[in-house]
Every structure is written in C-alpha cells, then in structure tokens.
Design a protein around this ligand. Structure first.
Ligand code: SF4
Length: 291
C-alpha cells in the first residue's frame, strides 16, 4: 500500500485500516497545525486508491473499520467519494464502520441528499475540527469556519444520519481568552449536540504560526490550571445529550473516556482531584485564580 508523506489518524482510529484518498488539507491555514504543511492538496487517482484497497484485502482477512485520510476527505466530489465507498463495501463486506476527516464547512457545502447517499454507501462517521466555539478565537487561529457555519454543517450531518465527532482544543484561546473560549465552545456544542466529542489540550508545534505568535508575545499560553478549569467548565455545562467523550488524548492532563452524561460525575471528580493535587497545578492553585 502506498502512503505519501506524513500520515495522521485520530487516536480512536488506532485499529482502522487507513486508505489515503487525498493528500494534504484544502485549508492548511490554521495557526496551530503543522499536519499537512509540506503537502499541496490533491486528490489521489482513483486507480491508486482502488489498488490500495485491493492490496489491503490480500493482506488482512478481516477488516472491521476503515478510515479515509488525509485532511478533509469530504471535500471530494460526492460521485468520486461514492465510488470509493462502494469499492470498500464490496471489498470488505465484513466492515462495520467507515470514517473520514471532514471540515464542518465540507458538511455544510454538501446537500443533505448527497450526504444521505454517502451514508447509504457506508459512511458512518465524520471527524471534524471545531477547536473553539468562540468567534474571536476562531478568527485568530484562522480556522476558516464561523460558529454558524459549524452549526449548519452539523445539522446537515444529523439530517443525513452521519455521526460526527467534534474535536476541540483546551487552551486554544490562550491565557487571556480562556474563559470566553470555553464558555462559547460549550454553548455551541450544546446547540450542535455531536454524537462524539474529542477534547485535547493545546501543544505548540514547531514552525507553526502559533509558535511565532508565542515568540512575539502575541499569544500567551493558558496555564495548566486554566486547561483543567476549561475541562471542568465543559463537563459541568454540557447539557444532557448523549455523546461519547474522548478525553483521553495524550496531551490531556487528566484522561477520561466514556459516555456523557452518564460519566459526568466520575470525570468531574478526576478533574477536581487534579486541580487540587496535580504537581503541575499545585502551585498555581495556591497562588492564582484561573480566570
Ligand atoms: S487543523 Fe485541520 S483544517 Fe486546519 S490546517 Fe490542520 S488539517 Fe487543515
């Protein structure tokens, strides 16, 4: 199988077969992201994708889950994507899940009818990056999506029956905008009600625009205590819709994974314990107020 350049997949897809369908990301401007900086977006030839699918069949007798990479695969023309999904379904009849990366704007730009076709052809889950529900933060990080556009994309996915995982980033508002970031993010998530939420704490990738903003003092990182307070706020104020919470990204200070709202008290207990006892926050807890 041919993979070109650095390959990324979300951590819940650790056991999935990765099929590279696009190279890079159509947006490629987010200040915190270095995933596809070295790649110009392009679509792989359908014959190459089919060849990878066929080779994977020869290598693996049982494939339950497939993940399509690289960035925003849903930007592909619907007819093209349908061909890939149909080939996957025919080649791996045992599969139970096909997921891909999608921009919330990619969902918004497709018609519900087109999304329904994709769902019927096997697409089950779209991984989307919201990062923040705060308009100012979204503009600062050059995310290229507004809260209204994110909500519209989510609504179309729901109408088509495609599940959506929404990732957000603790600390992406920086020290100064920590509270606005998490308040607005929680508010937007309550409106969107995604089937899955994946929060992760910000790390600064070398060579990114965000790293330069830190060097110039334009962006001051949130403290570990603020990161924990953001997660606490999120868990306290998410409304009672059913969702899977993937709070176990390696960047996170506290690791929590499970269903909400059922596990809310358990996760809040862990956060509260970390705020009181974690070595990275202990001093701050004594000396500062997080917001
Ligand atoms: S965060 Fe997503 S949309 Fe933004 S540049 Fe990276 S891959 Fe593209």
């Amino acid at each position: 199988m041919q993979y070109e350049g650095k390959v990324y997949r979300p951590w819940p897809e650790a056991n999935s077969l990765l099929i590279q369908t696009t190279l890079g990301c159509t947006h490629n401007k987010c200040t915190f992201c270095d995933m596809f900086r070295e790649k110009r977006f392009r679509v792989r030839k359908i014959e190459e994708i089919f060849r990878d699918i066929d080779e994977a069949r020869q290598m693996y007798p049982y494939i339950r889950s497939i993940f399509l990479i690289d960035g925003n695969v849903l930007a592909l023309k619907t007819e093209f994507l349908l061909k890939i999904l149909e080939r996957i379904a025919a080649t791996f009849p045992e599969y139970s899940k096909i997921a891909l990366y999608a921009g919330l704007n990619d969902l918004r730009r497709k018609s519900v009818k087109a999304l329904k076709h994709l769902k019927q052809a096997g697409l089950t889950l779209a991984y989307t990056g919201l990062e923040s529900g705060d308009r100012v933060t979204l503009e600062r990080i050059k995310k290229g999506v507004t809260p209204e556009q994110a909500e519209a994309g989510m609504a179309k996915a729901k109408a088509a029956g495609i599940e959506v995982l929404v990732s957000i980033i603790f600390g992406i508002g920086g020290k100064e905008r920590s509270r606005e970031h998490i308040v607005e993010t929680t508010r937007l998530l309550n409106r969107m009600q995604p089937e899955q939420i994946a929060p992760m704490a910000l790390t600064i990738q070398p060579g990114t625009g965000l790293e330069k903003q830190i060097e110039t003092g334009e962006f001051i990182q949130a403290t570990p205590l603020q990161i924990l307070e953001e997660e606490k706020y999120l868990l306290e104020y998410l409304s009672d819709f059913d969702t899977i919470y993937w709070g176990d990204h390696a960047n996170n200070i506290v690791s929590s994974r499970g269903r909400l709202p059922a596990s809310r008290d358990l996760f809040l207990g862990k956060i509260g314990h970390a705020i009181s006892n974690h070595p990275v926050t202990e001093q701050e807890v004594l000396l500062t107020s997080p917001w």
